[in-house]
Ligand binder design. Structure first.
Ligand code: FAD
Length: 444
């Protein structure tokens, strides 16, 4: 059986490796448009910031290592340009030579990811230092610019995870950062009152926030930004991080069904509307794990999980993808912010009755040095106790609490079970009543 994969990073490389582990008999052909496979996209902001010094550490696998180890027919720098469903082939173009050819498949897996949205902004074509970040070459360009031109100011457009990570990393390099965000808050997975703590913290760190404002035009070769409000900003460089859009062109041209934000629609077995074509990762629509509505969650865990599952499914195992919780986390200097499941904004929009409690326990025993307050919000159904989601902001222990609650949601635990979770305790780590226990008490 011949399996062709489009995209060789998080989802595609995982699927390829798992398929090979499952069987020596598959013929696996993997197309990757870029020059790297299986690289650490999530590490890119830290490479720009100089936290990750060694570029090679971003390369989780090299093309030759991967093709040898897993006996994969790797076609690097080759773009798949069309799918011909009727004859079960794809068209591919070698970007080095321009050569075009068709490759047949029995089963096709699409893992083309999502690309940064580049809104049409007047004057953008004149901007010499406006960057988006997705690939290693993108990170190389930003890093080279910072090192060569020594910018003193940067404007980051978009207050999502990538925008905030870039703001932090540029500030760490001595660049003054302003952040422009269209919504009334940063970090969309958070509710407003939790985001407010992040706003206060970002200001303390010297980041100028422009909320409910957007970039309208660029002047002076991109050095002056004109915002919708009429305000102007001067910046030596611009990072565009207003979100991503699924790479759906192949699927759309092939007539596959699309869903939310143009993401490729798949069933729980990750099959598109053509049963011989599977799709995974940032390119696909997923089911919200808690309430089942269709959504688009471009994160690394779903891409990796789906990469493994799609291989298992193709191999004949009776498994399926149950949906995405959207568990996410970000470090902002000394602060950690994380969330899982549904937030109140979403539940209100969907008209789903819910309740929320806020608790502010210590990250570990208050009498042990360096304890810090942790803001934890738990959202749940009053009647059944079902946990809908949680958000946390604090300097320490945020990751652990959100991960415990994410696990509780997947395990079907209710808020009434939370006080009963017996979690690791000694004064440097927690309290005899862990913040998760306390949230459970507050909710019941
Ligand atoms: P990708 O990893 O984007 O891979 C898709 C590949 O397909 C690309 O290399 C592309 O070149 C190739 N491709 C596309 N079309 C074609 C074609 N027609 N022919 C051939 N090849 C093609 N997620 C987290 O959970 N936590 C984080 O901290 C985090 N940080 C991030 C930081 C940055 C800067 C970025 C950009 C992303 C981050 N993410 C993070 C998101 C995470 O990287 C993605 O969710 C994940 O990589 C998605 O995997 P994927 O396989 O769907 O797509």
């Amino acid at each position: 059986r011949k399996i062709v994969i489009v995209g060789g990073v998080a989802g595609g490389a995982t699927a390829a490796a798992r398929l090979r582990r499952l069987s020596e008999r598959y013929r696996i052909v993997l197309f990757e448009r870029g020059e790297h496979i299986s690289f650490a996209n999530c590490g890119l902001p830290y490479y720009v910031g100089g936290v990750i010094r060694d570029r090679d550490r971003l390369l989780l696998q090299t093309a030759s290592g991967m093709s040898k180890r897993f006996r994969i027919d790797l076609r690097m720098l080759t773009e798949v340009t069309a799918i011909h469903r009727e004859r079960k082939t794809v068209s591919a173009r070698d970007l080095r030579t321009g050569e075009e050819y068709e490759e047949s498949y029995d089963t096709l897996i699409l893992s083309p990811g999502a690309r940064p949205i580049l809104p049409p902004i007047e004057g953008m074509d004149q901007a010499k230092a406006a960057f988006a970040l997705r690939t290693i070459p993108d990170a190389d360009r930003i890093k080279a610019y910072v090192e060569r031109e020594k910018p003193t100011s940067a404007a980051i457009i978009g207050g999502g995870f990538v925008g905030l990570e870039m703001a932090e990393n540029l500030v760490e390099r001595g660049v003054k950062a302003s952040l422009v965000e269209m919504a009334d808050q940063v970090l969309p997975p958070l509710d407003r009152e939790m985001a407010a703590m992040v706003h206060a913290y970002l200001k303390e760190c010297g980041i100028r926030l422009h909320l409910e404002d957007g970039l309208k035009a660029l002047e002076k070769g991109g050095r002056r930004l004109v915002l919708h409000s009429g305000e102007t900003l001067e910046a030596d460089m611009i990072i565009l991080a207003v979100g991503v859009q699924p790479e759906n062109e192949l699927a759309r041209k092939a007539g596959l069904e699309l869903g939310v934000r143009g993401a490729i629609r798949v069933n729980p077995r990750l099959q598109t509307s053509d049963p011989d074509i599977y799709a995974i990762g940032d390119a696909v629509e997923v089911k919200d794990y808690v309430h089942g509505f269709p959504t688009h969650v471009p994160l690394a865990w779903p891409a990796n999980r789906q990469g493994r599952l799609v291989a298992d499914i193709i191999h004949g195992f009776d498994v399926y993808y149950a949906g995405t919780l959207g568990t996410a986390i970000v470090k902002l200097f000394g602060l950690t912010v994380a969330a899982t499941g549904n937030n109140e904004k979403t539940l209100k929009r969907l008209g789903i009755p819910h309740e929320a409690v806020h608790v502010f326990p210590s990250s570990h025993a208050a009498y042990y040095p360096n304890a810090s307050p942790l803001a934890l919000k738990l959202i749940f159904d009053r009647e059944t106790g079902r946990i809908f989601g949680a958000q946390a902001v604090g300097e320490e222990g945020v990751d652990k609490r959100i991960d415990v609650i994410a696990t509780a949601i997947k395990g079907g635990l209710t808020v009434r079970d939370l006080p009963d979770l017996e979690l690791a305790y000694a004064p440097p780590f927690s309290s005899a009543k862990d913040p998760v226990n306390i949230a459970g008490y507050a909710a019941t």
